[in-house]
Write a protein that binds this ligand. Sequence first.
Ligand SMILES: N[C@@H](CCC(=O)N[C@@H](CS)C(=O)NCC(=O)O)C(=O)O
Length: 309
Amino acid sequence: MITLYGFGRVHEKVIGLTRDLRVQWALEETGLPYRVHGVDHTGGEHKSEEYRRLNPFMQLPVIDDDGFVMSESGAIVLYLAEKSGKLVPSDAQGRAQVMRWCFVALSTIEAPIQELGLIDLKGASDPNSAKYRPGIVEWTQHVSGKLEAWLADREFVLGNDFTAADILMSTVYRQVRNSGVLDDFPSIRAYRERCEARPAWLRTVEAYEKRLHVAPAPPGDHGRERLRVGSATVCYTNFAATHLLCCAGCRAARLCASVGHGAGRGCSGFRAAGRMGRRRCLCRRGALRAALLFRVPLLPHQGGSRALR
Ligand SMILES: N[C@@H](CCC(=O)N[C@@H](CS)C(=O)NCC(=O)O)C(=O)O
């Protein structure tokens, strides 16, 4: 049986972004039997000699398929596709196209996105953020513009069929889903939502939440995230933000209202927050604008549930 070495404990900031999600998604799509070994990253389990033998770079994910060990998320996803005969077409040229788009995802697209993700993880207080972020955003938007055009008349990157390349592409974009840089790329956003609507992805997220002890969203709250803003709890109306900004408190809410996003009765997030008995709500765009203006980090709501969807 396949063992997936995925995160069992990891820094809260990266929950929902880790690359073991890609592999577990591929396992769920292909139906191959597997179990997960939850690596305690916080406790340094990946630094052991035993783990180094699995992956010389001591990173995750890794799979062990009855003694056949493989690291690198892209290589693993392709291996699982080949092994199962799913997520790839049967002809050599079709498979080569899938490979091509896997490389597009992991090199052309992921290069700037990873940079951007890292900058945003560090937050606005990092002096390099202001210096390098605009250039990285430009690079991200340059490559994304090309993909946006490509996806305009395609359901998935290779057309009508969901393939291994879509697992990689959509999870790459997931890293910056709440950064605001994709606001002008509706085809990419819709594409990612199409991919993440798949039952195999939803099962993956559910298993991941359990593994990392992330409290799942309450019923009817899918795709929303509650965050603490100052003393108030806010609710995003869009896909979950795992580590955005906070602490501008009412200033953020006021700004949000003044720019016409959220914090008003017409905002679905406001209504959702009301249902949950909360006092404030910002829609994602409004909160991000506020964060940008105030240059404050957003923190997850402590002790509340968090949706990764
Ligand atoms: N290119 C590798 C990158 C792997 C990677 O960066 N893994 C991260 C998690 S997403 C990791 O293990 N970070 C922890 C560490 O380096 O200590 C892949 O695609 O698998």
